[in-house]
Design a protein around this ligand. Sequence first.
Ligand code: GUN
Ligand code: ZN
Length: 445
Amino acid sequence: MTMKNLKGLRGFLIDAPEPGKLRGIRDGAVLIEDGVIAAAGPYDEVRRTPDAELVRWQHSSEAVIIPGLIDIHAHLPQYPVVARVEKALLPWLRRHVFPVEKQFNAATARTFAPFFFEALARNGTTCAMLYATIHEDSCDAAFAAAERSGMRIILGKVMMDSGSYGGLPAEKILPRSLEQSERLCRKWHGRDNGRLEYAFSPRFAVTCTEELMREAGSLARKFDAYIQTHLSENHNEIEMVRSLFPRHPSYTAVYEACGLLGDRTVLGHCIHLGDEEIQLLAESRSAVAHCPTSNLFLNSGIMPLDRLLDAGLRVGLASDVAGGPELDMWRVMRCAIESQKARSFYQTGVRVPAEAEIFHLATLGGARALGKESLLGTLDVGKEADMVVLDLARVLPYGERGNVHSDLSAEEVITLLIYRGGPQAVIETFVRGTSIHRAPPPLLL
Ligand code: GUN
Ligand code: ZN
């Protein structure tokens, strides 16, 4: 008889299977078998299931257990230059981003990529879709670090053949960029049973020729890999795209003409879209990465979240580090609410999202945007056991001494986390039932 690989976690289970509704089970439990959720429900029921007899239960009814947070757009090599203030996107890219990306060689990636994945796990993020730089070797090293970290990662080498920092003559870049991207995709896409995947990553229309974008699109389709790029983030960027591609009616139409839209495509920002552009995204089933902290930090604008959701678009949340100054998805959730509140002060008819709706976007919404809703995003039986265990005492005003959280509702818990949560609240992070981060026990004062 083979031994089953079983693990049991106990705590207040909270997830958001629908946009505005939370599901909460106080003193609940999750039984994990071979990395998959085998049972979830009240602790008293789950511990009586036959498989649960031998399980040593971890954590306690005091803990909170949620699905892992999903960050669908960030730039790994940019982490060292967070919080560099500039007036707008394009000067910020020139002054801070391109210089740090240019230096991101294989040695730098080997040193820093493991810290980046640790930081994600420490923040309770279990799955992230990331950009590397234009370099093949450092992207390869970052993938190797992702493999060792246990995180669920989608990553791609940045492609740009116009205005790049690479120093190659333009005509040489395109074949090389395609060849390198294809090699990385062949090596990493689907690795470890799909835990690592590849995203073809033409940076944005400002730094890509039509030919590059078309070829990137067809490679992604050939390998059934993802596509990620930026769309409609900043007014000067939109103007540049208009003058570079005058034959196309809009920024989104450029991507559509190049075959970059589709159900495996994630577009960052999408702040200033016209109705026809939103329609193009909806018809192509493309997904949107909403990056509210970055949109404020870089003075880009406020995304009309209700308009995009009402059009039926799949929307996930994203830190967009280093456009956003932190990886903490609770801050991103808070900003997603507060930026819509700000919009509602000067525009009529704005729907401000409730906390439960934003938590849904950071979990199942992100999973949907990545086409992974059958695998991730809730605590349903049969899903992969990507989850976070939190200590609510670490966000309460009087900590352990407060002793008021035993009667909080699921809505109150998630609201506390959105307004006061962060890495300090994370006790343990799991991907496929494997612990990838465990916080040291708190100091007893
Ligand atoms: N548009 C093109 N590249 C970038 C980038 O690195 N960050 C952000 N926020 N926008 C971009
Ligand atoms: Zn970005």
